[in-house]
Design a protein. Structure first.
Length: 114
């Protein structure tokens, strides 16, 4: 993968991920997940895929942690956090997509080494 292709794939991954964080329509979410996996699979080497998945997992984990803290703060202050809980559910879903992708790549790498 040349640098331009990598840049485009990484930009698409970021864009689809960001869209997934806020999307509530299940059909649109499914399509975005398909597009996300397609872009993830454009990374030619397994090591690049693992590297990209690790970055995305770290970013999604940070987002989930931040949202959980914000929800706790709102709850402690007696405020409603319904919207943030929905956003948190989406963020957890995105995190799980990246974790599943990473597990698949890692499993394929382990099989290739046998």
């Amino acid at each position: 993968m040349d640098p331009t292709e990598r840049f485009v794939a990484e930009a698409n991954i970021a864009r689809f991920s960001n869209m997934l964080y806020g999307e509530t329509d299940p059909e649109v979410r499914d399509r975005l997940q398909e597009l996300l996996v397609t872009e993830e699979n454009r990374f030619a080497s397994r090591s690049l895929r693992l590297e990209m998945a690790d970055r995305c997992i770290a970013e999604a984990s940070t987002r989930v942690d931040r949202q959980m803290r914000k929800i706790a703060e709102l709850h402690d202050a007696g405020n409603d956090a319904v919207h943030l809980r929905r956003t948190l559910a989406n963020s957890i879903s995105v995190l799980e997509v990246f974790k599943a992708f990473r597990a698949m790549v890692s499993e394929n790498l382990d099989r290739a080494e046998l």
